[in-house]
Design a protein around this ligand. Structure first.
Ligand code: DX5
Ligand code: ZN
Length: 218
């Protein structure tokens, strides 16, 4: 499967959100990554349902919703109704992760689990067959524009081995500090989906930057 690119609208210009989402529609982006932060699970607040709905009105690509919130199980159906195609919850925020994954699937969305940089991949061994996508955080969640943590390469390899051993079809998504330099190495290690926020939206030509990430061969 060719790798997928998921630009994060966290780095978009919210004063012209329609314009930026339309740019993503016209670009080589595969998914639109939507970062929801509650100021509790992470030390930052981004946006909630009204902004998600505004994105959905314009978006012509799947919405990849990354919930950096406590108690995500209280809001799964609302995010699905707001247009989420993929809903990812944090391992660290879900004491009943298996139940929450079933809840996401019952809503009709694909189910994802995100792991903080310190959380070992092996903790997913009993649920990997229930997961559609694992997000490996390559920065500490909460902010765009942070420096990539290089231990991520090792985690990708471990996750790939786990997926193969358990015959799971789950995708590996990398989130944080992704750019055109580390992208080939991430793909070589086994990544399937690359999230990129500031690297895309701070670029002179975001459309071309998405194309550059999409065209990487390794
Ligand atoms: C971080 C978010 C990321 C962020 C990535 O908490 O989950 O999706 O938007 O931004 P960059 O690509 O700038 O690191
Ligand atoms: Zn994210």
């Amino acid at each position: 499967m060719p790798h997928l690119i998921a630009p994060s609208v966290l780095a978009a210009n919210f004063g012209q959100l329609d314009h930026d989402v339309e740019m993503l529609n016209q670009s080589a982006a595969d998914w639109i990554h939507v970062d929801v932060m509650d100021g509790r699970f992470v030390p930052n607040i981004s946006f909630g349902f009204p902004v998600l709905q505004a994105i959905q009105k314009v978006a012509q690509k799947p919405l990849d919703v990354h919930l950096m919130i406590e108690h995500p199980e209280l809001y799964i159906e609302q995010f699905r109704d707001g247009g989420a195609d993929i809903i990812s919850v944090h391992y660290e925020a879900c004491p009943h992760l298996h139940r929450t994954l079933q809840q996401i699937k019952a809503s009709g969305a694909k189910a994802g689990v995100a792991l903080n940089p310190h959380t070992p991949v092996s903790l997913l061994s009993e649920v990997i067959q229930d997961i559609d996508v694992v997000i490996l955080m390559s920065v500490n969640p909460g902010f765009g524009g942070q420096k990539f943590i290089s231990n991520t390469y090792q985690k990708i390899k471990e996750l790939k081995s786990l997926i193969t051993a358990k015959e799971s079809s789950c995708l590996i998504e990398i989130d944080g500090g992704v750019n055109v330099e580390n992208a080939p190495l991430l793909l070589k290690a086994g990544a399937d989906v690359l999230v990129a926020g500031s690297f895309v939206f701070n670029a002179q030509d975001p459309t071309q930057t998405i194309q550059d990430l999409k065209q990487i061969s390794f």
